[in-house]
Write a protein that binds this ligand. Structure first.
Ligand code: 0O2
Length: 224
């Protein structure tokens, strides 16, 4: 086992041992199992998205999905969220209360593709929509735009079927460009956003939304 893995394991053991459970080892196993199920759920949803992308590219001669990135929330972020939201430290609560352990970010070419992919995915009879937040129609005050879906998807194990929650963020390339840079700036050490900086960021978000609209108009002209 690598030193980093060993350190991670020690931190996990400490968390599960001292803070909640006497039987830390058993709990750690449950946690590892749960993370494996989330990884499987990510694979399921990624496959669905890739299939949709293939199908649409065959029909329309272009890819509606530009890139798909996925991540499993780190133990540190899960713990931070549980503390922030006053959630009991146990494995069952992670599954019940934390909606974004499995996260998938889908970057689409045009705004219409965001809704095309989201509608096609939500139509599938094994997908259940748990929550939808449309920050494209209603951007956040700082200018953030994306369509957020929390869905549940079944995974098929050797002896059982399990419904797992996955958070999907769908956005255009322009929205992703803004969100990635805003995230980098926001987490710059020892720096604070002044009101002027926030205004400038909001303007950048509005300008890139305008670009998205212009690109959509061009697409209509080209595809007409
Ligand atoms: P990560 O590592 O990106 O996943 P909560 O998740 O409970 O804190 P809420 O209201 O449930 O809050 O979630 P929300 O705001 O709908 O979406 C949270 C996620 O959306 C964030 O995840 C970001 O990925 C993204 N996001 C939301 N607002 C912004 C924003 O203003 N700028 C950027 N760059 N991204 C944003 P996490 O948890 O921050 O981390």
């Amino acid at each position: 086992m690598k030193i980093e893995d060993l350190k991670k394991r020690k931190a996990l053991e400490k968390f599960f041992n001292t803070e909640v459970f006497k039987d830390g080892k058993k709990t750690l196993r449950k946690y590892m199992e749960l993370m494996t199920y989330y990884r499987c759920a990510i694979m399921e949803v990624e496959t669905k998205l890739n299939v949709l992308n293939e199908e649409f590219s065959l029909e329309h001669d272009r890819n509606p999905i530009n890139s798909i990135k996925s991540r499993l929330k780190s133990f540190e972020s899960i713990k931070e969220k549980m503390d922030r939201k006053n959630i009991d430290h146990n494995v069952e609560s992670i599954e019940k209360e934390i909606m974004d352990v499995a996260g998938i970010r889908v970057c689409c070419s045009f705004i219409e593709d965001v809704y095309l992919i989201s509608d096609a995915l939500l139509k599938q009879d094994d997908i259940k929509l748990i929550e939808k937040k449309d920050y494209i129609k209603n951007p956040k005050p700082n200018g953030y735009r994306s369509l957020h879906l929390i869905i549940s998807v079944p995974i098929f194990l050797a002896s059982e079927k399990r419904e797992m929650k996955v958070e999907i963020q769908l956005r255009t390339i322009a929205m992703d460009f803004w969100a990635s840079l805003e995230h980098q700036l926001r987490y710059k050490k020892n720096k604070r956003f002044t009101e002027e900086m926030q205004r400038e960021l909001l303007k950048c978000a509005d300008d890139s939304a305008e670009l998205d609209l212009r690109m959509s108009k061009l697409r209509l002209l080209v595809e007409d």
